[in-house]
Structure formats: structure tokens, C-alpha cells
Design a protein around this ligand. Structure first.
Ligand SMILES: NC(=O)C1=CN([C@@H]2O[C@H](COP(=O)(O)OP(=O)(O)OC[C@H]3O[C@@H](n4cnc5c(N)ncnc54)[C@H](OP(=O)(O)O)[C@@H]3O)[C@@H](O)[C@H]2O)[C@@H](O)CC1
Ligand SMILES: [K+]
Length: 477
């Protein structure tokens, strides 16, 4: 698991360490790491043209010191000072001593193979300001486009939320210091960071992380293991109440997702029985939730519709004392409040998997640009684990912990992939995995499956279901 920390926690960790090391040490470590990464991005440092965009704070200081290191290796380094009176004095001296040049006016002709964005870092408030906006826009359309390296964070993003309040830098690479920050991994800011490289400068935040990122090792650890004594019932049985005559595909896809999971058996309940059995002969099918044998968790929602039968299915699922995943149509049915008493009376885990429009219906407004904050608020209100789908899917728990999924891919933005995800998630719950871990694991493997499927061309939801097995096999020993 990797942690992601907010600015206040980074600052406090920085202060702790600064009491132990000589002045300027952290900036020297940051600049050395930054210069090393920039050198790797350039074909050749000697003779390369490097442009530093230098703001008024320490972020600009990092850029100046890194520029000095590159200048010593023969790069032609020019620093453009955006607030000439406030540029980091020691950084400026170092750059000048190393042969770097300093400019205080933007000129379209300033050459650049690589641009270092040291406009603003964790001291940012609001979007970029002039003259930075004009300069960043001009560089973004320059041909050939220079390599854009953001120092610590892309300038212009809201570091704590990942919102992008105005103009911002789009980086190819962000070299960040000490620890990851929310804007590098979540919200609309995350894609602006490009490839994120972490430079260890010795800080170790003590606070709980604002966000967590699962890795393959976590997923492998959480996935239930088969033993010699395993049999279908001990592995868990998952119940799937999805799809209908009108939408049998949703039933087939969510069942496929469940079959890729760790449970030993899948029971289907609903009117798409025939289609499910044709596609997946190992499934045991019934017409209704009430008529289904014992299961350890339920998935209810996608393609089930909102008619009387669908309402009965939702009512019956929520009437159990089992973990439940609600998706799509089930979320729509929640909004009218008719299941409120059932929800209130439940102690068993509930996981909901909305996309933005479903989220808006449930929460009374869309997630906005603070997606983590919005997901956490809904989780607390509904006493449910919220898996908010997106390019960087968020998993938020009622206890205030939040995760962001690192494996997402745009290839998954196609109809039916959410059904596969929900099926897998329900299977993990039925196998006894804790609800947050189930949601994080399902999102992780679903993202990997999307990537695997995309290697073979345009992706459809059935491709993702097939690729899920390969994704599981690549992670689970
Ligand atoms: N933490 C660590 O361990 C280490 C941190 N280090 C580095 O220090 C950085 C933090 O430095 P910092 O605190 O000096 O703030 P910083 O980000 O340079 O910005 C402040 C200046 O920007 C301005 N400004 C604000 N918003 C703006 C906007 N939207 N658009 C334009 N300008 C804006 C603001 O102006 P003002 O509002 O005062 O007019 C103020 O002058 C950190 O990100 C990392 O790179 C490393 O060196 C070593 C270890
Ligand atoms: K920056």
C-alpha cells in the first residue's frame, strides 16, 4: 500500500525533519533528484536547452538548483523569473555560478527542449495567474513540443483535492518530493501530472494518509487462497440479482464477473435465467431472490429495471443479513426512499458502485472536482462503502478512509464493464473479504483486465470479463 498525504501533513513532516538536518538540505535533495530525472529524459544533457519557469516560492528554488546542476553538465539553462523580486536568492546565485542565464521577460523565441515548471508547488492557492497562464499556453502549442516536467506538482492544481480551479500545467512527468499528494493521483488534476516519479528526501509523514493506493502485493494478500480442504460452499456462494428479459446482457456480464472471483459457486436470480445458463452452464439459476438457495452475499442492480419485480428483488436482498452490492437500477430505486427502512435496519456491509450520474441522483448533486471528499461524504451518510467509478476510481469508507485505484484505463469506458466489476466485487464479499478490500481489489483487477483486453484491440465488456481471468492469474500466486 502506498500513502498519499495532504499539504498540512507534508509541511509538518518537513518541519520535523528540518530540525534534524542542516538548512537547505531538503531542497538540495529535491533538486538533485529533479536534475537526475530531467537528465534521463533528455537524449543528451550536454548542449540541451532547458527552460526553468521560476515562481516566487521554494518550488522555484527547486527548479533553480536543479537547473544549476544541469548547467554544470553542459546544458544551456535559462531561468524565466515570473516574480523577479521574489525568486529564491540562493537558487539564483547557484544558477548564475553554474553558467545559467536569467530572464525576467517572456519571449516566444526562448528555446527549450525541456521545460521545468517551478511556478508553484504545495504553496499554491487557486489556478495559475498571469503571466504564467500566457507562457504555459504558448509552450503547450509549441512545435516541437518541449518535454514538460512539473516540479512537485503541476502548477495550477489544487494539491489537496485534485481539483483544477483554472489554468494549469499539463506535464509529461511530475517529479514529486517526499510523498505523493492527492492531486497527483485523484480528480481532474491527476492526468495533468503525467508520469509521477517520487524522490525520497527523507520525510516520513506521521499522520494517517488522506488516500491509499493498493498494489499487486496487497491484492494478492487479500485474495482468498484455495486449500486442500476447499469446497464450493466453504469458498462462498454469491447471489446475482441483475438483468431482465429486456436486458439479459447485464445478467450475463455480472455473472461472468462473479465467476472470475474467488467464490465456489454462483447463483443467479431473475428473468434472464435462460441467457445466463446458456452463457454460463455452471451457474445455478432461479426466478427470484426469494426462490434462491443460500448465498453469502448479493449483487442487485444492473439491468434489473425498476418495475414491481425489480423492487421485490431489491427489497428481498436488503432484507437479508448478508453483505450486498448495489449497482445501476438498484441505485435508481434507492432514490425514491422506498427502501429507506430496509437500509436503516441493516448491519451487514453495503457497497454501492455509482458512476457520476448515479452519484448525483443519490447525493443530490454530482461529485464535483473534490471526488474523494464527495465520495467520503456519501459513504458517511449512507453507512456504505462507495466505489465511485472513473478514470481514477475512488473507494470511500464510512470510517473516513479512502483509496484510489491506480490501474484504471480509458479502455473501460464502454457499456457493460461496470456489470463485470460489480459481479467480481460481490464474489469477493461472498468469499468473506472485508468490503473495502473487496471494492479495492475488484477495481484493481478490473482495471488490469481492461488493459489486458485493450492489447487485442477495441474493448467490449465481454472482453473484460475474459481478461479478468488473466488479470487474476497475473497477480495471485
Ligand atoms: N515540503 C517539503 O518537504 C519540501 C518542499 N520543497 C519545495 O517547496 C515547495 C513549497 O514551497 P513554498 O512553501 O515556498 O510554496 P510554493 O509552492 O513555491 O508557492 C508559494 C508561492 O507561489 C505563489 N502562488 C501561490 N499560488 C499561486 C498560483 N496559483 N499561481 C502562481 N503563483 C502562486 C505565492 O505567491 P503569493 O500568493 O504569496 O503572492 C508564493 O509566492 C514544494 O512544492 C517543493 O517544490 C522542497 O524544496 C524541499 C522539501
Ligand atoms: K510546479
Amino acid at each position: 500500500m502506498r500513502g498519499v498525504w495532504r499539504v498540512a501533513d507534508v509541511r509538518s513532516a518537513e518541519e520535523t525533519l528540518m530540525r534534524e538536518v542542516p538548512d537547505g538540505t531538503l531542497m538540495q535533495r529535491a533538486a538533485a533528484g529533479l536534475a537526475r530525472r530531467c537528465a534521463l529524459l533528455l537524449d543528451r544533457v550536454y548542449g540541451a536547452r532547458v527552460l526553468l519557469l521560476v515562481g516566487a516560492g521554494n518550488n522555484g528554488g527547486d527548479a533553480l538548483f536543479a537547473g544549476a546542476l544541469l548547467a554544470r553538465r553542459g546544458a544551456h539553462v535559462t531561468a524565466l523569473l515570473l516574480s523577479p523580486d521574489r525568486a529564491h536568492p540562493a537558487g539564483l546565485t547557484a544558477l548564475r555560478r553554474s553558467g545559467g542565464r536569467v530572464r525576467t521577460r517572456w519571449d516566444e523565441r526562448l528555446p527549450a527542449d525541456l521545460v521545468m515548471d517551478g511556478i508553484v508547488g504545495i504553496g499554491a492557492t487557486g489556478g495559475l495567474r498571469e503571466p504564467a497562464i500566457g507562457i504555459v499556453e504558448a509552450l503547450a502549442v509549441r512545435a516541437p513540443r518541449p518535454i514538460m516536467v512539473a516540479v512537485d506538482v503541476p502548477s495550477g492544481v489544487d494539491v489537496d483535492t485534485g481539483a483544477v480551479p483554472g489554468a494549469a500545467v499539463t506535464a509529461d512527468v511530475t517529479v514529486t518530493f517526499g510523498c505523493l499528494k492527492p492531486a497527483l493521483v485523484a480528480g481532474p488534476a491527476a492526468p495533468l501530472a503525467g508520469h509521477v516519479e517520487l524522490v525520497d528526501i527523507g520525510i516520513a509523514p506521521q499522520a494517517a494518509p488522506a488516500l491509499r493506493i493498493a498494489g499487486a502485493a496487497d491484492v494478492a494478500e487479500w485474495w482468498p487462497r484455495l486449500t486442500a480442504g476447499s469446497e464450493k460452499y466453504t469458498r462462498g456462494v454469491v447471489g446475482i440479482a441483475t438483468g431482465s428479459h429486456t436486458y439479459p446482457g447485464a445478467a450475463v456480464l455480472s455473472t461472468a464477473g462473479a465467476l472470475a472471483g474467488p467464490t465456489g459457486m454462483v447463483r443467479y436470480a431473475g428473468t434472464a435465467r435462460a441467457e445466463v445458463l446458456r452463457a454460463h452452464p455452471s451457474v445455478v439459476a432461479a426466478d427470484s431472490v426469494a426462490g434462491t438457495g443460500r448465498v453469502q452475499a448479493w449483487l442487485c442492480g444492473s439491468g434489473i429495471g425498476t418495475d414491481e419485480d425489480a423492487r421485490t428483488a431489491l427489497h428481498d436482498v436488503l432484507g437479508t443479513d448478508l453483505p450486498v452490492v448495489l449497482d445501476a437500477d438498484a441505485l435508481t430505486m434507492l432514490v425514491d426512499g422506498s427502501s429507506a427502512d430496509r437500509l436503516r435496519d441493516r448491519d451487514a456491509p453495503l457497497v454501492i458502485t455509482p458512476h457520476d450520474r448515479e452519484f448525483a441522483r443519490l447525493a443530490g448533486g454530482g461529485p464535483g472536482s473534490d471526488r474523494v471528499g464527495a465520495a467520503l461524504a456519501l459513504a458517511a451518510r449512507m453507512h456504505a462503502v462507495v466505489l465511485l467509478k472513473g478514470d481514477r476510481t475512488i473507494v470511500a469508507a464510512p470510517d473516513g478512509t479512502a483509496w484510489v485505484n491506480p490501474t484504471g484505463t480509458a479502455a473501460l469506458a464502454t457499456g457493460g464493464t461496470g456489470d463485470v466489476l460489480a459481479g467480481l466485487l460481490a464474489s469477493l464479499l461472498a468469499a468473506g473479504v472485508d468490503p473495502v478490500r473487496s471494492a479495492v481489489t475488484a477495481a484493481y483487477l478490473h482495471g488490469l483486465a481492461g488493459r489486458v483486453a485493450a492489447e487485442h484491440g477495441p474493448v467490449t465488456a465481454p472482453d473484460v470479463a475474459v481478461a479478468l481471468r488473466e488479470a487474476v492469474a497475473s497477480i495471485i500466486p
